[in-house]
Design a protein around this ligand. Structure first.
Ligand code: 5GP
Length: 203
């Protein structure tokens, strides 16, 4: 059976706090895009630690992605395998999309498992921003970086752009094995969740 790891709100808070200096120094984000639902809470906590005296809070935009298993029976349309579908996105031509042009954008999610979701998010956001910039006749470079609470150390199905890896624009607060992580926002009984987390850390 896959090992389960219980993570508490306080641990999430501290992981964001510990990661903030590196994010501020290296990624210098002007804007965050939280991948829902797991990226919302970390993005909100991180925002408090990224706040600089005299500057405004960093805005957070939300996108929603979900994974599905395609059997590839309709071979005209797609190959079999894990696919990503958008449940929420930024409208092309919208103010939110135009707002990304020329910015340092930090994509936030809770966990990098197979990397399918992150690959999709980076690729599609880069593509859409390029279209929006072209339409607006703007040439500033938009730079994406990634923050996740946990990266699972395992072979990845998804890949990030080479420039992103080369520039080191990826940060995982913690690298774990191929375990299943229970996040506090998924818990229906938070006291029990915290008890399980405490039991684990006492081992
Ligand atoms: P991916 O395989 O694309 O990297 O991750 C897809 C999504 O699966 C994640 O955004 C997350 O919602 C979910 N997921 C993957 N591994 C875990 C895990 O260990 N715990 C929880 N709670 N969700 C996970």
């Amino acid at each position: 059976m896959v090992e389960k790891v219980y993570v508490t709100y306080n641990q999430v808070h501290k992981l964001c706090q510990a990661s903030a200096p590196r994010i501020l120094a290296d990624f210098k984000p002007n804007l965050m895009i939280a991948i829902g639902g797991g990226g919302y809470v970390p993005a909100r906590i991180l925002r408090s630690f990224l706040k600089q005296p005299g500057s405004a809070n960093i805005p957070i935009q939300a996108i929603g992605l979900s994974l599905y298993e395609s059997l590839g029976t309709d071979t005209q349309v797609e190959e079999p395998g894990t696919k990503v579908t958008r449940t929420q996105w930024l409208d092309l031509g919208s103010l939110e999309m135009a707002n990304l042009i020329g910015k340092n954008v930090l994509i936030v999610d809770e966990v990098d498992d197979t990397r399918t979701t992150l690959e999709y998010a980076v690729k599609e956001l880069e593509k859409d921003v390029a279209v929006a910039a072209k339409e607006a006749g703007r040439k500033e470079e938009t730079q994406f970086s990634i923050f996740v609470l946990h990266n699972k150390d395992k072979p990845k199905k998804g890949h990030l752009p080479k420039e992103m890896t080369d520039d080191n624009r990826y940060l995982a607060a913690v690298t774990v094995g191929d375990v299943w992580i229970n996040y506090p926002w998924e818990a229906t009984d938070i006291e029990e969740h915290d008890r399980m987390a405490a039991q684990q850390s006492a081992k």
